[in-house]
Design a binder for this molecule. Sequence first.
Ligand SMILES: [Zn+2]
Length: 101
Amino acid sequence: MRKGQIMKRKQKIPVIKGFLNLSEKNPTPIFWCPFCQIYHRHGWPEPTEHEKKFGSHRVAHCHSSSPFLSTGYCIKPFTGSELHDLSEGILKEWQKNMAKR
Ligand SMILES: [Zn+2]
């Protein structure tokens, strides 16, 4: 039992980038789960400095045989600059598609 607990602690916890909805009174992060093919939403108490840097661990909300069920995941919100890069990528893709017409 103890050995199992130690082994479990050594399991690598995946870090998931999520969107933090700041328009809500209590912001909640959501992310697209590639295993369940749905968005998962979690509670979001004020994160500690460690959680802001490395992500905040959550028990998986997965409904399938997702590998997240055994490890949970650390949710790390996209930064402003990452969101900017995402929007730039969407704009470039749109411009490329428009140029083909
Ligand atoms: Zn899932």
